[in-house]
Each structure stands twice: as C-alpha cells, then as structure tokens.
Design a protein around this ligand. Structure first.
Ligand code: G3P
Ligand code: CA
Length: 269
C-alpha cells in the first residue's frame, strides 16, 4: 500500500480531542466537534456503534442511559442499549442536557452527520469502532459510510483518517477490507506480539498508565503496514504534567478531553 502521512508533524505530539472537546461540551456530539474547532484543534476522536435498524451512530457507552434522557423518553426499555433502539428513536433523545443546560437539545449524531461536521471544520478523524463484538459486520459498514461521504479519497487517506479499536480482530478486518486506511490498536500488546500487529496496524495506542519510554521506542522501531514507523497515540491525558511526561517518552499523539490545555503543555517553546 502507498505510504500515508505521519500524523505526527514534528511540532510536538498530535493533540486529539477525545469524543470531541468533551471537557467543555457533551461528548460525541456535533457541539463537541465545534468546540474542538473553536479551540483550533485539528484532530477529533469518536466512537461508532449501530442501532437496531442498522444505522451507525456516535456514542461511547453501549447504553444510552448516561449521556441522554432515554430513561425519561422510553422508561420501560431498560437497560437502554444502543442496539435495541432504532435510529428514529435515538434521534428523539436529548444528548446535551446531562452536560449542561446550554447544550439542551443536542442530538446523538449519525456517523454521516459527524463526518460532515468534522469535514466542515477541515479537521481530521480518529474513528473508534466501539464494541464491535455487538455489531457483526460493522467494519465493512463503517468503511461503506466513509466511502459514501468521501472519506476514502486520496486526500483523506493521506493523513486525515485513522480507524482504531480495542479489538485486534476489528482492526485487522478494517485493514484487510481496505488496506489503504490507516489503523490503530487500542491497548498495550507485549513486545513479543508487535511483529504480528505490525502486519495490520499503523498505531499502538495504550492507556498512558501503561507507557514507558522503552515501550514507545520499541513500537516506533517497527515498520507498519504502510511502510512508515509505527506510531503511539496515548489516552486519556488531561493534565499538563502527564502530557509533558508522555511527550518526553516520544509519543506521536495525545488523546485528551482538554485539548487546549494539553496543546499548550506540549507545544515546543
Ligand atoms: O481513543 C482512545 C480512547 O477513546 C479509548 O477509550 O473508553 O474513551 O473509548 P474510551
Ligand atoms: Ca473512544
């Protein structure tokens, strides 16, 4: 496959707004994308799942309970799993009031809506396929939506899109279905497993608590499926000291709810 542009520009680690700028606006909503754009943040992360009638929507938990008013709107439908609701039902929910009155009426976006808002701001997307074991075939479907929305053209594939998952099977499926897409694995595989991961993932993206300078440089010594060094994006780092520490380890990216704070902490003087 053709080489893809490194997400890491050389001007400090890439800063990724986790679920959008989710310290300041309700996570995984269009408002959180807008907030990241307002802060000048170029990369946004999100979580993709599937409704009962097969629509891809952007939500973190497998249940709608924590981040919407689903308990009030559909009181008899516990435990309010995303997979048990239709897209039309989910579109009725308020996904903003739990966060603050200023966001009342924010919706759970479809993947199409989310992609279009990210594109509108000329941002880049770290897309997580969430809970893929619940949604057979979600990798193929996600790639289809990305293609339909213009996200698999040369411009997007050369540095505007990464697809990641906690499931190695899911990451491998994305790579095999569409080898040109840059991919990331969420987790900390043992060093002995890295040669196998390097066949299908460009990134190893660990929780910051499991990082060390040795681990970061060991990952980066491998060549990923697109011919560049494998990268490390770490999550979820919200304080400046930790950000400076992982930057000193040499990470390529930091995923954070407070992207303005972390950008200022790691920006070269
Ligand atoms: O992108 C990394 C991070 O989002 C993984 O954890 O639970 O927030 O999806 P989680
Ligand atoms: Ca995520």
């Amino acid at each position: 496959a053709a080489p893809v542009q490194a997400a890491h520009s050389g001007a400090g680690p890439t800063v990724v707004a986790h679920r959008g700028a989710s310290a300041y606006a309700p996570e995984n909503t269009l408002a959180a994308v807008d907030k990241a754009a307002e802060l000048g943040i170029r990369w946004v992360e999100n979580d993709v799942q599937r409704t009962r009638d097969g629509e891809l929507v952007v939500l973190h938990d497998d249940s709608l309970k924590r981040t919407t008013d689903v308990e009030e709107v559909f009181p008899g439908r516990a435990p309010w799993k995303v997979k048990d609701f239709t897209a039309a039902e989910i579109a009725r929910l308020d996904a903003g009031s739990w966060f603050g009155d200023a966001y009342a009426g924010a919706r759970v976006p479809t993947l199409e809506q989310f992609l279009n808002r990210v594109e509108h701001h000329h941002q880049k997307l770290l897309l997580e396929i969430k809970n893929p074991q619940l949604y057979p075939g979600i990798e193929r479907q996600t790639l289809k939506v990305l293609a339909n929305e213009g996200w698999l053209d040369r411009r997007h594939l050369s540095g505007r899109l990464i697809v990641q998952s906690f499931s190695a099977d899911s990451v491998r499926a994305v790579h095999e279905l569409k080898p040109a897409v840059k991919t990331g694995f969420l987790g900390t595989p043992p060093l002995s497993a890295l040669p196998a991961y390097a066949a299908f993932t460009d990134q190893i993206n660990p929780h910051h608590g499991s990082l060390s300078v040795g681990y970061v440089s060991a990952v980066q010594a491998f060549t990923g499926p697109h011919g560049g060094p494998m990268e490390v994006f770490t999550w979820t780092v919200d304080d400046a000291d930790t950000a400076r520490q992982v930057a000193a380890y040499g990470v390529d990216g930091i995923i954070t709810n407070r992207p303005d704070v972390i950008r200022d902490a790691v920006r070269p003087a």
